[in-house]
Design a protein around this ligand. Structure first.
Ligand SMILES: [Zn+2]
Length: 135
């Protein structure tokens, strides 16, 4: 059964904080994901339809933005990165970056779902996106 959107909606930042923790943006109790990045069809605690929020490529974009700009760019300021042998730098940097990215991605996806919940953006609203319209 699909719930109507008449419930009290959480403000954007608290909803994003709930999603950041991997919790349902509505009740802050149930888990958003049933596997690494798989969104539960509905909240196991309150039954809210979590699959209706089209996070799509947003979490990947914001994760790249965060990791790339807050970690990779400052890392280049340290001389050992460009003076050390490549066979040491590449695995020594790429492996921790991959681990960091894998840790950040589900949190960012939860935050994006929280923002979409608070802003009432749902998959059914995709028809309103002018780029998706057929001529
Ligand atoms: Zn819930």
């Amino acid at each position: 059964m699909r719930l109507m959107h008449t419930a009290v909606v959480t403000p954007v930042l608290p909803a994003m904080a709930r999603g950041l923790k991997g919790h349902c943006p509505r009740c802050d109790q149930g888990r958003i994901f049933y596997r690494y990045l798989k969104v539960s069809p509905e909240c196991p605690s309150c039954g809210h339809d979590l699959a209706q929020y089209p996070s799509d490529d947003g979490p990947a974009y914001f994760t790249i933005l965060l990791v790339g700009h807050l970690v990779v760019a400052p890392l280049l300021l340290f001389p050992f990165i460009w003076k050390a042998p490549t066979y040491l730098v590449v695995p020594g940097v790429l492996i921790p970056l991959a681990v960091l990215t894998m840790l950040v991605l589900p949190r960012v996806k939860g935050a994006v779902i929280g923002a979409l919940y608070a802003l009432k953006v749902r998959r059914e609203d995709q028809a309103l996106h002018t780029a998706d319209r057929l001529d």
